[in-house]
Write a new protein. Sequence first.
Length: 174
Amino acid sequence: MKRGITIVLLVAGCHPQDIDPLEQQPKYKPYAANDFFADGRAMRTPPEGTVPRERELDLAPPKEITPALLALGHEKFDVACAVCHGRVGDGKSMIAGKMGLAPPPSLHEERIRALPAAAIFRTITEGYGLMPRYSTMLDVRERWATVAYVRALQLSQHLPLGEAPDDVRQKVGP
Ligand code: HEC
């Protein structure tokens, strides 16, 4: 009976952090002092321009769609997207022929043309159904550039003739 009580007391005195290796390992807590650094603080300021991963999706699109941005988007689209969606985005590609159930759609479909730019950005960032994510291959600016290029491709197939430049109108117009 006496021995039983001793064991209970031993177990009760044992806190979970005594056994958690992460709790035990040597580390600096927030606001701790550390004389290794000149300012005496353990906490470091992240390099300028650092963005936490979870804030990435909130990054605003570029303010201006410049020829340079479109050229970047064109380059990235041809490398990352054309294999499946086709170079003009019409969904005609070698891969598309082999993806029987959910083939890459034409980006000129009515529904996809109606998607807001942010939705296309999200599709590239997170992937969509059988489409893998491209956030590992394209950084944020490259993804927005690709979105801008997708928009340019869509416009190229749907511009009302009246809005086309004169020389194009003369070539294809009545
Ligand atoms: C491996 C082939 C593949 C590649 C590469 C690919 N996609 Fe896709 N994409 C798909 C498939 C498949 C779907 C349809 C998925 C579904 O409906 O389940 C799709 C869907 C989409 C959609 C429609 C999403 C929606 O809301 O319906 C957009 C927009 C899109 N892709 C853009 C892109 C862009 C931009 C790139 C390049 C960064 C790209 N895709 C690269 C296969 C691909």
